[in-house]
Design a protein around this ligand. Structure first.
Ligand code: FAD
Length: 450
């Protein structure tokens, strides 16, 4: 994600840092049920080189970025407009619908209601991209414009569109607690390496074998955030008194280490003294959903695509949503580069089909793997017609043993890290060396247990 944004905007780092954000090596300090996992350091050995200008540059694990969402959204907006203001015009409002061409092959106009209440028609549009996030408004627009039908066919099915949007309910609960005004406290917190060098501080990654709750303790610009989340019947903190009991009680192979508990204790003590502040933000998490446009490309207008959560919404605990949105943008870029020289004036008639066909394999892989993890919890309500326990059982088995192997096996850890970052396709996890590492762990541990 950071690599992609840096390619779009070489001044990304300055803008993020000016807004208080920080870049740190992408080690998420993953602890699987309390067991520390390796990241991908073996693939990125730390080395210091001298640049042409004589500066020292340290490279290692690729960077991640720690910055709160509203601050980052404002930075992104500024980056976009500073680089492209002469070719972007914005209208504040809501897209309310689409008007098709007379032969129903593409979209001619877009209807917008401005924030001031004015109805506008944007005529002769080249390309419509649904970026409406969890609203997934594209389905509604396409239905009311007549591109896809919501009425059952003569066999009583809703035809090709009945399985357009699939969804299951993971019953995920989530709360973010932000500790601000940290002052000098940051110097005393027992964070390995100290607060100044800190990125992700500690991630307690839950697994259905042990428990349904986890947390992430992380630096987020100049604050510390504790994000707690879990599946089904959870006991998330609602007020300050609940925070320590929650951190102490998460269930896994091991409890959270004492230094993590002490960091949280010190943050709470500081808040009690009136220094630090805590803000609670409980969030309603939408059910994961996948709008399978690739299955109905024959019905779609040629100049319509969807990017980001408008096409697929995942469990946020996997933290892949922004990379997935960037992946959509990269796919569109590739498609446009391939067609641009042939047909410069209008997007080609098969643009929508090419886009969805190119992107769906990667999206389906992400969907299948994250769904398998969510299906591991008995509280998850599966997609209609799917059996929760059977569906994804092999993926769950492999994912569990791969995570355990990643305690010590650098090749497995590196493959897991790259796949999580969407930096490589999932097939990376099935390379002979990785399979060997996973099976070795599974066999050795089955033998030693018996
Ligand atoms: C608690 C939580 C934590 C997360 N953590 C991470 C993380 O650590 N890493 C990560 O990569 N991802 C994370 N995600 C996921 C990530 O936030 C989303 O995947 C990402 O924001 C999707 O971007 P988007 O542009 O598709 O949609 P959004 O960011 O949802 O933007 C959609 C926009 O469209 C607007 N809109 C809706 N309807 C209309 C309409 N009709 N007309 C005009 N505008 C409209 C909305 O107002 C909104 O501004 C997290 C999500 C949650 C909920």
């Amino acid at each position: 994600m950071v690599d992609g944004l840096r390619r779009l905007w070489p001044n990304l780092d300055i803008m993020v840092e000016q807004a208080g954000g920080v870049f740190r090596p992408g080690d998420f300090q993953l602890n699987f049920g309390g067991i520390p996992l390796l990241a991908a350091q073996s693939s990125y050995p730390t080395k210091t080189t001298k640049t042409a200008a004589g500066f020292e540059k340290t490279s290692g694990l690729p960077d991640t970025m720690l910055i709160r969402r509203p601050i980052f959204e404002a930075v992104l907006y500024r980056l976009l407009f500073s680089s492209s203001s002469d070719c972007i015009q914005t209208i504040q409002g809501t897209v309310t619908g689409l008007i098709p061409s007379s032969d129903m092959t593409d979209i001619r106009s877009v209807n917008v209601r401005t924030t001031g209440g004015e109805e506008k028609v944007l005529k002769d549009v080249g390309l419509v991209i649904d970026c409406t996030g969890s609203t997934q408004a594209g389905i509604k627009w396409l239905k009311s414009a007549g591109f896809i039908s919501s009425t059952p066919d003569n066999k009583g099915r809703t035809g090709a569109n009945s399985d357009l949007r699939i969804s299951y309910d993971h019953k995920l609960r989530y709360v973010t607690m932000t500790f601000d005004n940290l002052g000098d406290l940051v110097r005393d917190l027992p964070i390995p390496g100290g607060f100044d060098q800190a990125g992700f501080i500690y991630t307690y990654y839950a697994h259905c074998k042990w428990g349904n709750e986890g947390f992430v303790l992380t630096r987020m610009d100049n604050t510390i955030q504790l994000c707690c989340g879990g599946w089904g019947d959870v006991h998330l903190p609602k007020e300050r008194e609940d925070i320590l009991p929650y951190v102490r009680s998460v269930k896994g192979a091991h409890p959270a280490p004492l230094w993590v508990v002490r960091v949280v204790e010190m943050l709470l003590e500081s808040e009690q003294k009136g220094d630090a502040t805590i803000t609670f933000k409980p969030l309603k998490i939408p059910a994961p959903s996948f709008v399978q446009y690739h299955k109905i490309t024959h019905n779609l207008p040629s100049n319509f695509i969807a990017i980001g959560d408008s096409e697929m919404q995942l469990n946020p605990l996997f933290a892949q949503g922004c990379s997935k949105a960037l992946f959509g943008a990269m796919t569109l870029n590739t498609v446009l580069h391939n067609v641009a020289s042939k047909e410069l004036s209008r997007v080609p008639k098969n643009l929508s089909t090419i886009y969805f066909q190119r992107s769906h394999t990667t999206l389906e892989d992400i969907w299948t793997s994250t769904k398998a993890i969510d299906y591991g919890y008995s509280t998850t309500i599966p997609i209609k017609g799917e059996n929760r326990a059977r569906e994804g059982a092999i993926v769950r088995w492999y994912a569990y043993h791969a995570a355990r192997a990643a305690e010590t096996d650098e090749a497995v850890a590196s493959a897991l890290w790259h796949v999580r970052m969407l930096a490589t396709p999932q097939v990376e996890l099935f390379k002979p060396r990785v399979i060997l590492g996973v099976l070795r762990w599974a066999i050795v541990n089955t033998i030693t247990r018996n």
